[in-house]
Write a protein that binds this ligand. Sequence first.
Ligand code: NOJ
Length: 753
Amino acid sequence: MTAPAHRPWLDRTLPVAERVALLRAAMTLEEKVGQLVQVANPDPVRDADALAAGAFGTCIVASGEHAGNVRDAGTQAEAVNALQRAAVESSRLGVPLVVARDVIHGHRTVFPIPLGQAASFDADLVRACARVAAREATADGVRWTFAPMLDVAQDPRWGRVAESWGEDAWLGAHLGAAAVEGFQGADDAGPRGDGTFAADALAACAKHYVGYGLAQGGRDYAEVDVGPRTLQNRHLRPFRAAVDAGVATVMSAFHTLDTVPMTAHEGLLRAHLKGDLGFAGPVVSDWDAVGELVRHGVAHDTREAASLALRAGVDVDMVTGAYGGHLADLVRSGEVPEELVDDAVGRVLALKVRLGLLDDPFTDPARAARVHLTTEHRALARRAAASAVVLLRDDDGVLPLLAPDGTGAPARVHVTGPFATARAELFGTWTLDGRGEDAVPIADAVRERLAGTEVTVDDGRWPDAALVAAREADVVLACVGEHPMRSGEANSVTSLELPPGQVEQLEALARVSRRLVVVVVTGRPLALGRLAHLGDALALVPHPGVEGGHGVVDVLTGDVPASGRLPSSIPWVTGQVPLHHDHLPTGRPLDPGGPVGRYRDHQDGPMYPFGFGLGYAPVEYGALELSSSRLEREGRVAARVRVANRGDRPTVETVQLYARARRASVSRPVSELVGVRRVELAPGDERVVSFEVDHGLLAHRDAVGHTCHEGGRFVLTAGPHAGAGSSAELDVVPAPHGRTAEPGEVPTHSSDR
Ligand code: NOJ
């Protein structure tokens, strides 16, 4: 198709930048500003005038400012098509919209919450889940998701830990980058080398830039105070990885960082993200965050707020209306340079060109029925749910419930607790398009799998009746935990204990049960100290999604190996948090023979450390062997460890490599995750697992983001979780001047993420 002469930007053969320049040059100032305005839930009839004027360029389909836990009517291809038709046919230049939605952990097929996906430690799985989410959401006309969330979450009082990849920056960077690739289709669809996306690709959004996970006291939206090195080494790291992975957009966060609201943080947005890191896409504000600059006390009114935000580098104003109301005037009065508007518009238009919207903004309404919740998507959701199950305790091998050959089912099983029959509650926060009726409850999956077993079920509403049934059973599965309303945005808690009454009920069940298996379904790492000796087995399951029941039962029966690992440390009690494996050493380390910590009323360490999780077979680790005890300037060293399955069941071992710098110019963490390998081991199998260690893997960043390769002695440890395994020492020759890369320089090795 050749482009009409009056719309040369429609010529598909032109490079993206040229099409953008042609379109932008044709725009009035008002039309340009319109591209920077994002509205919520527009309607082609009600908003006909605004559409004709090109008064907004993107929109979000959402139920409101706390959309994460509030369902809405959803979006459908016909509705989006009607909107696009109005935008294209009624406006002077015919520019289509980008329709955005929070597609966080699946669309119609709901996968485990990100914290649950993180428990897999499996980037391929995360990528596959995001790919399916994109395929399904694009069938409803959505082309932009506000995911992945990349905030490193070390304080589980903060409800948004549910949306995170856990406490570790390396894991967050790897899984976050994989999610970006999945949404955008790096593996089988796009970006296709020419900067354009396939029709089933969603533009991803790395959020919330940056440091939001440090909200004081875990109170959502609260201030953040963090030093520049910790910001660089921990909190910016997943964002650098996302930029390297080609993330299309970034969202600035709500909070103030060292007194500066992120929506107005020129240093971190315009200078660092867009400058040093070279991010070329649009930055969108969080919901109403431009307007909130007034409440933060840095702007008199929304006019000043618009000026501050645009100057800082926020290109798109999500729902405040401050840009639409004031930017044109600010430019005319000379308060905001038009070049800044042009730059922002260029970024938005480039996104539209890359998404193919200028060429075809419409979605085939028949596609949703073909791609939503297919058998294949359900199978992936089931695998993901099983991978999210972290087995924490299994006294006397009460689990798995079945022998390796599938026999030995208990004669009577009682399934009890609020999660026994739960459906939509299995989804977790941010599930806008999942349907409860699609979900498989745990009790249904037990009945399905243990066909010859007498299965009784109660939903925990009558705790006394549950005890009567439990007394009769050979095995009791107590499915307790947090309702999704207790995690996610704006859902902080002061206590990480199980919800009121649940521990008491578990104690009562323990008194009458022959064998008690406790399954804790949750949106956050809970403090499980009171469950230390309760029952015979304990599993933690971050909200597992639509196939949650099957996934949990697959693991409990042993049909699927127990393979989940903790993406966050589990504290004994709430007062221990923040608690994370990668803390700095103190000048007064604990004496191994002395008190167990600094608290007068508790030990310091976690109940279960980061990376922990049991399998159904004992895995033996050999000594860590290095191909050389010295890493030269340009060199690489192989770190190898032998792992052996000494049990009678297949297992999946997640071998983790940690590093500790003995000495550096600044104090570095006692434990830094630098590599993960998941290996499948049949009974009796032995495998040598190998990691490639290079300078990038051991580097850290200085206060402005320069990579520092300082050299010196490092201790490497390969093991099953943080703080365990076999170690070896490595002498690292420093790079010239101790520094080899400038901020934003693309790493030469993926391990530098
Ligand atoms: C506010 C949340 O902080 C953000 O994560 C989300 O994408 C937006 N609302 C839009 O719903």
